[in-house]
Design a protein around this ligand. Structure first.
Ligand code: TYD
Ligand code: MG
Length: 484
């Protein structure tokens, strides 16, 4: 048998959309069917076949119980940021901050390093902006005096040469990973292979030198961080910066965190002097809420461990088109379609021929099914033209038969509503169950008037009663309801 010759340096064609690699170029990626997405890249050195005869070292198993070591944290003092990171940055860890261009990633990270620089050494490396621009921003933010090391660089080799060693900073921001390049690769910065390799090198460097690495990542129009998800798997923490650029609110959301709870949010307000923390987001999201308009309801939601009240607005207008327009901002459009179908089939509220618009005020994106009931209330309120009862919060999940299902963290939601001056809550009815499972709710400690809702029909009836009390009459009552 002849020994294998040294493997030749091979090239592969990697899809920039899905990351799949092919030995030959093609116009269309065979894996994800994207067009013109294959880019040439060097193949990794081929892995040896099997394990061979060489024996491995025995690994030791230990019990689950042991002295737990909490990772030390580097807190910035910006409470909203520290909360989202799970209590501060962890040395040697990598955090990815993703978001649309212009949403405020560079701004918030400049503020974070400026705040951290009081107690530790921080470096801010930008591949996008010149030093003058960075200084201008720091000046605008009132941090011109902060002891942050600024650099404009894009070569990962240079960065590694600078940061490797005992005098490495404690926190390093790389803005952005799409600008960085490794000179051993042929492909251009921003391609999957460059993004992946640059991130790999920087993460390895962070582990070795023990600094907390923050990578900025731009989001593609498809809504993922360019470098298809590969980055998300490589880093310890993924934060997304969301918000409607036309609004001043910005939400930093943890979608993955190896050192803390995911789904935690930090809320900021974009001002002239940078991003300000919003310690009480509910008050901000509800600042324009009025009790006397129809089509709006207040949802008591949970974002991570924090309760957040938001206004849900809907507008229903007659349509002359065969397929009426549906537009949703801040919520899931298929979930809206489901609620509309349930309203129609189970409660006789026909919306099929109308244009339906739904908006979560303030630019927050809601993902909880617990918003179903509040959405339904906003829709019925809009249809009937009568407002949702004043000072009322609503939450509950709606099932396909129209039943209202219990959701988690009832007490936290109610407490937040109480704090903001609400007096009534429409919540899922507690269901009977075995005594052991404790599904019979223990009495709620709240000063709110609790109205338990069993079925979506109860919400519809509420508006009819209100109409009967002298408010505007319902506009649409067409189909005969088919309850249950
Ligand atoms: P930036 O942090 O540059 O966004 P990103 O890094 O995510 O691309 O933020 C850019 C926007 O923020 C820009 O439209 C201007 C606005 N901004 C303010 O409103 N106030 C400020 O103090 C700063 C620095 C920026
Ligand atoms: Mg930027």
């Amino acid at each position: 048998m002849v020994n294998c010759p040294m493997a030749k340096a091979k090239t592969l064609y990697v899809c920039q959309e899905c990351g799949a690699s092919q030995p030959k170029w093609a116009g269309q990626c065979p894996a994800c069917q994207a067009w013109n997405s294959l880019v040439e890249e060097q193949a990794p050195e081929s892995a040896p076949k099997g394990l061979g005869a060489k024996k491995g070292r025995r690994i030791e198993f230990v019990g689950l119980k042991g002295a737990e070591t909490q990772p030390p944290r580097r807190t910035s003092g910006i409470a909203e940021f520290d909360r989202v990171t799970g209590g501060g940055l962890v040395p040697g860890s990598a955090t990815l901050v993703g978001g649309d261009p212009g949403i405020g990633k560079s701004t918030v990270l400049m503020q974070v390093v400026a705040a951290l620089s009081g107690t530790m050494s921080c470096a801010y490396i930008s591949g996008e902006e010149a030093i003058d621009q960075l200084r201008l921003r720091a000046h605008r933010l009132g941090h011109a005096e902060a002891a942050v090391g600024l650099a404009a660089a894009t070569s990962v080799r240079d960065i590694a040469a600078t940061l490797d060693g005992k005098d490495a900073p404690d926190v390093v921001v790389i803005d952005s990973i799409q600008c960085m390049y490794v000179d051993s690769l042929e492909s251009a910065p921003g391609t999957v292979s460059q993004v992946r390799t640059s991130a790999q090198e920087l993460i390895r460097l962070a582990k070795r030198a023990g600094f907390a690495l923050i990578l900025v990542g731009h989001v593609t129009k498809e809504g993922t961080i360019a470098g298809p998800r590969v980055l998300e798997h490589m880093v310890d923490t993924v934060l997304y910066f969301e918000g409607d650029p036309s609004h001043q609110f910005r939400v930093l959301r943890a979608v993955k965190n190896r050192f803390g709870p995911a789904d935690e949010i930090g809320v900021f307000e974009m001002t002239e002097a940078g991003l300000m923390e919003v310690p009480n987001p509910s008050a901000l999201f509800l600042s324009d809420h009025r009790d006397d308009v129809s089509g709006a309801s207040v949802f008591a939601g949970m974002e991570g461990t924090r309760p957040v009240l938001v206004e849900i607005q809907s507008l229903i207008a007659p349509s002359s088109q065969a397929t009426p327009r549906r537009a949703v901002v801040g919520w899931d459009s298929s979930r809206l379609a489901m609620i509309m179908a349930v309203l129609e089939a189970r409660c006789g509220v026909a919306l099929g021929g109308s244009e339906v618009y739904l908006n979560v005020a303030g630019g927050l994106k809601i993902k909880e099914p617990a918003a179903d009931l509040a959405v339904a209330a906003a829709l019925v309120s809009s249809v009937t033209g009568s407002p949702v009862p004043a000072e009322t919060v609503i939450f509950g999940e709606v099932g396909l038969s129209g039943e209202v299902r219990a959701v988690s963290q009832t007490e936290a939601r109610l407490k937040e509503a109480e704090k903001l001056g609400f007096t009534r809550a429409l919540i899922p009815a507690a269901r009977g169950g075995s005594a052991k499972s404790g599904s019979r709710r223990k009495s709620l400690e709240t000063s709110l008037r609790i109205v338990e809702v069993n079925h979506l029909m109860d919400i519809v009836n509420m508006f009819e009663t209100a109409a009967g009390e002298g408010r505007a009459a319902p506009a649409i009552r067409a189909v005969t309801p088919d309850r249950g």
